[in-house]
Design a binder for this molecule. Structure first.
Ligand SMILES: Cc1cc2nc3c(=O)[nH]c(=O)nc-3n(C[C@H](O)[C@H](O)[C@H](O)COP(=O)(O)OP(=O)(O)OC[C@H]3O[C@@H](n4cnc5c(N)ncnc54)[C@H](O)[C@@H]3O)c2cc1C
Length: 595
């Protein structure tokens, strides 16, 4: 007979203590999306808890600062005669090349401004005295054919979000890695986790759960040779995707684990693309100084309202000038390179702005300091070589949980948010802010409606406890590092930049073999966390390998997906998301049409 687990520090099977927590809404992962979800859910008057693997004060991709957010800005775009539909079309064509979930894109584009205003209320600065743009915002051109991006002082964003969540009564439990979701009869019942410092296990009973664990790192060897891709937090190991898959949720776009990206001098930083932090003065040039991507210019705000934008013409011009027709790896295959980032044409004002922008985002101030001290670097005179970065499953890939426009998954009461959600390439922080907010709102409402907790099966709790205690007691097992290296070798060889049926089939076999043979051992709770992370990475790798085998076409920029045996893009059959789902121990695949 199925029994409910009693609350408050009761035992659940194998003898050791389990901390049992009841909450109406559980948010797994307190990054940008998770904090926003918790803040919004608290408005429903329900009990909200964030379980965070690190510490919400500095965790996640934005932990060391971010500085730009895109969206539809009525006071800028309306005078231009540029509508929200034009933004949707720009993002669909320029960024996603047609493969995008437009409902989610609409949510992000249309609600980003409201979230910017909320962030201001939480103490984040978006206004600058010297700005000539409406609202004294600092607005620049980034992904789209007209300026759509607010800059802001985002170094301490996570501190401000944590403060706001606490002010609203959200309980934050740091250092707890959630590893499994509990589902009973198609409804979310809670989750299981472990404190990676004390080893205490946690049973969360929840009426609604938001999964927002971010990106997937450590799938591949890094270009620096150092462990982990340091652009993205090393503790983001696709736990959300893995636990959602096990809970029965379809996961999309996993095959788009592309070749290495590019950044400056192998510094795994968030700069490099002239469309991003180093605009407007940054251009990319080839070995003879030939311009590959030209620089841009600040928008002249005195012109606002005096000229209308022709959306298709503006997009055509932007694409012709600013979008690479081929991916960097394609250019390399043809003997292109070396490539350099060139800011030498920048004015003093532009260079100062770029320095501000770099130092506000993702460890940039270390980089600036290094350039100044070690290299005596001068942006006005010197060029920086643009070199391969480590591979990532994020951003452009838009891989993750399949959700509807309310961020609901196929499991009742289970929501996704932020980078854990699939379907919108380069949704970045506006995706996290808007989806987090919507998921929090929906989870709060769902929890309000739910009178009682769904029952939890004792055996799920028991098997998690067993997994943890076995791993901690297992003197004969394998260290997490060893398993991780084996996995990375498999991924880089069988699911590299060029893929093919026979290689992928062999990759699937080798991953299965690795999974079956590995019995982890951990010397302490920290290592236990790492072992659980490698379990997630292996499961993500399985999805990548399986989905790569299933997609019988190539889809290069921006997805970086190349099958040597199917070298052409095949929109007729494959302009669709590929969803992978678990059926017992096997994967099933289905195409989700693009709406
Ligand atoms: C260096 C860098 C700079 C960037 N700059 C910008 C920018 O300027 N503008 C922009 O729009 N976007 C930027 N981005 C992207 C943006 O930061 C992300 O899109 C955004 O943070 C995603 O929010 P998220 O909540 O989904 O994930 P994150 O903010 O990464 O948060 C995920 C959270 O989940 C936690 N977690 C993971 N696994 C578990 C688990 N098992 N249990 C509990 N907790 C878990 C993590 O510790 C983390 O706190 C940048 C990204 C990087 C890497």
């Amino acid at each position: 007979m199925k029994k409910d687990i009693a609350v408050n520090k009761r035992t659940a099977g194998s003898g050791s203590e389990i901390v049992s927590i009841e909450t109406d809404v559980l948010v797994i992962g307190g990054g940008l999306a998770g904090c926003m979800a918790a803040i919004k859910a608290s408005e429903s008057g329900v009990k909200v808890t964030i379980a965070e693997k690190a510490n919400t004060l500095s965790s996640g991709c934005a932990g060391t600062g971010i500085d730009h957010v895109w969206g539809y800005i009525p006071e800028v775009h309306e005078p231009m005669g540029w509508t929200i539909e034009d933004l949707i079309e720009d993002h669909t064509q320029i960024i996603a090349r047609g493969l995008i979930n437009k409902e989610l894109l609409y949510l992000v584009a249309s609600e980003a401004k409201d979230r910017v205003l909320d962030l201001e209320k939480f103490g984040v600065n978006f206004r600058y005295k010297d700005s000539k743009a409406p609202g004294k915002f600092r607005i620049v051109r980034q992904f789209h054919s007209v300026p759509t991006t607010w800059n802001f002082d985002g170094v301490d964003l996570k501190i401000k979000l944590t403060r706001e969540a606490k002010r609203r009564g959200v309980t934050i439990i740091n250092r707890v890695m959630v590893a499994d979701l509990l589902v009973t009869g198609g409804r979310i019942a809670g989750a299981l986790g472990v404190d990676t410092r004390t080893g205490k296990q946690y049973l969360f009973k929840a009426k609604a759960v938001v999964v927002s664990t971010g990106r997937v790192n450590r799938l591949s060897r890094t270009v620096t040779g150092v462990w982990g891709n340091h652009r993205v937090p090393v503790n983001e190991t696709g736990d959300g995707r893995a636990m959602a898959l096990r809970a029965g949720v379809p996961i999309i776009n996993m095959e788009f684990f592309g070749p290495p990206g590019y950044s400056i001098g192998n510094f795994e930083l968030n700069l490099g693309s002239p469309r991003n932090t180093v605009q407007p003065a940054g251009s990319v040039v080839g070995p003879k100084g030939e311009v590959i991507i030209p620089r841009t210019y600040f928008y002249d705000w005195d012109k606002l309202g005096r000229e209308k934008v022709n959306p298709s013409e503006s997009r055509r011009r932007f694409e012709a000038e600013r979008v690479l027709p081929q991916s960097w790896s394609q250019l390399h295959d043809k003997g292109g390179g070396p490539f350099y980032l060139d800011l030498t044409g920048g004015t003093a004002q532009e260079i100062n702005y770029i320095k501000w922008s770099i130092s506000n985002e993702g460890k940039g101030s270390f980089f600036l300091d290094y350039l100044k001290k070690q290299e005596k670097f001068d942006f006005r005179k010197d060029k920086l070589e643009w070199l391969p970065n480590s591979r990532e499953l994020a951003g452009t890939a838009a891989s993750g949980l399949l959700v509807n426009k309310n961020l609901e998954t196929e499991v009742k009461g289970l929501f996704g948010a932020g980078d854990d959600v699939g379907g919108v390439p380069w949704m970045c922080s506006p995706g996290a802010f808007t989806m987090g907010w919507r998921a929090g709102e929906m989870a709060g409402k769902a929890a309000q409606k739910q009178k009682s907790f769904a029952p939890i099966r004792n055996e799920s709790v028991r098997s998690f406890k067993q997994l943890c205690s076995q791993t901690l007691r297992n003197s004969q097992g394998v260290d997490w590092q060893e398993a991780e290296l084996a996995l990375q070798n498999i991924m880089d060889y069988y699911a590299g930049s060029v893929r093919s049926e026979l290689m992928l089939r062999r990759g699937v076999e080798r991953l299965r073999d690795l999974k079956q043979k590995v019995s982890f051992r951990a010397a302490n709770p920290h290592e236990l966390g790492r072992c659980l992370e490698v379990r997630s990475i292996i499961e993500n790798a399985e999805m990548i390998m399986g989905a790569s085998l299933e997609r019988k076409e190539s889809r290069r920029a921006p997805y970086g997906f190349y099958r040597a045996d199917y070298p052409e893009q095949d929109d007729k059959n494959w302009l669709a998301f590929l969803a992978v789902k678990l059926d017992g121990q096997r994967f099933t695949f289905s195409k989700v049409p693009v709406k």
